[in-house]
Design a protein around this ligand. Structure first.
Ligand code: UFG
Length: 340
């Protein structure tokens, strides 16, 4: 297939580019490099990869690429993804995530792209009540921050677009993949996770192991969970991309699919810290801190819909294995891609 990957120079998008090339697809990657890195593009260099530096606001670039490369599928990863930042800069989130997706979709619609795989998020569920955990796809979507809102708006745009096209007798297909906590790095050791600033739990703890942070702070130890810390569903980035490929290959005209991508089990912050200690053998200081605003106590997926529909489930179920893949890359790249 001819696939456009937006945000393909970022953490998750670059893993998608790698997998699509391995599977023999042709890839056009669009990334404005505001959060992504040029290095993965160089590392993945291939005759079947075109890297087009550019922004989703540049509709003429998008139209040219879509038509010129006869794109049949879009995997749309490009987005701003920090919950806290979205509260401080909501307009930037709606512009990048919602208006950016709309621009892309208008360009895609005009040239007749028929498959759209969208990176959505568990943040669209907001703070589900305990009886809704594990979360199924029919859980009400009530985001509690602009990040989740900006992604939910795109899900709704896709739904309306698909309905209109179906009614017009020109059906298209889309999937909204709602990610839980994506973690780990590519097992061949080429691609990694390089955010600035880094706020995600596993990389933060690994940076403490490397001596780059004085200590790790657990944000809240008084939650109504077995050990008092928040519980999340950590899914390996390569498994997550495997779900994208399963979805892309299954999409048929008229499909409107919505899937949770997680392993279906939760780990607490303390359990993650213990797993990092066990994998790395490094001691580091752990502090008990205040709760981080907006963190729900427990959030994990019921991923049974995608298993039933497409036969996908996460191959890596042990968080130690996920941490090992990340540790391998962090040790080799203590300063991210700049170390290469
Ligand atoms: N945490 C700490 N200390 C840290 C960093 C994180 O205790 O230094 C805790 C957080 O409070 C949270 C857990 O570790 O309880 C996981 O936090 P992350 O920041 O790694 O991830 P989040 O669950 O906040 O966010 C992830 C994605 C978001 C997405 C959200 C959906 O990164 O993009 O899941 O719920 F919106």
């Amino acid at each position: 297939m001819n696939v456009m990957v937006t945000g393909g120079a970022g953490y998750i998008g670059s893993h998608a580019v790698q997998r699509l090339l391995r599977d023999g697809h042709t890839v056009v990657c669009v990334d404005n490099l505001s959060r992504g890195h040029r290095e993965p593009m160089d590392l993945l260099s291939d005759d079947r990869l075109t890297f087009a530096p550019g922004d989703l606001s540049d509709k003429s670039l998008l139209s040219r690429l879509l038509a010129g490369h006869e794109i049949d599928t879009i995997m749309h990863f490009a987005a701003l993804t920090y919950v806290g930042e979205s509260v401080q800069q909501p307009l930037a989130y709606y512009r990048n995530n919602t208006a950016g997706a709309l621009n892309l979709l208008e360009a895609a619609d005009a040239v007749g792209v028929e498959r759209f795989v969208f990176s959505s998020t568990a943040a669209t569920y907001g703070e589900p009540p305990p009886e809704r955990i594990p979360i199924q796809e029919d859980c009400p979507q009530e985001p509690i921050n602009p990040y989740g809102q900006s992604k939910l708006a795109v899900e709704r745009i896709l739904t309306d677009w698909a309905s209109a096209r179906r009614a017009a007798g020109r059906p298209v297909a889309f999937a909204a993949l709602r990610y839980f906590n994506v973690a780990g790095c590519d097992r061949s050791g080429v691609l990694g996770e390089d955010h600035d600033p880094e706020t995600h739990l596993i990389p933060v703890v690994l940076q403490a192991c490397l001596g780059q942070r004085e200590a790790v702070t657990m944000f809240g130890t008084d939650y109504p969970t077995p050990d008092g810390t928040c519980i999340r569903d950590y899914v390996h980035v390569e498994d997550l991309i495997d779900a994208h490929v399963h979805t892309m290959l299954a999409l048929r005209p008229g499909d409107a699919r919505r899937y949770n991508l997680g392993i279906g089990a939760g780990y607490s912050v303390r359990q993650i810290i213990d797993a990092v200690r066990a994998v790395t053998g490094v001691e580091f200081e752990v502090r008990e801190g205040a709760r981080r605003p907006g963190d729900p106590p427990s959030l994990f997926a019921d991923p049974s819909r995608i298993r039933a529909d497409l036969g996908w489930s996460a191959a890596t179920r042990d968080v130690h294995e996920i941490v090992e893949t990340a540790w391998k890359w962090f040790k080799a790249h203590p300063h991210g891609y700049a170390s290469t």
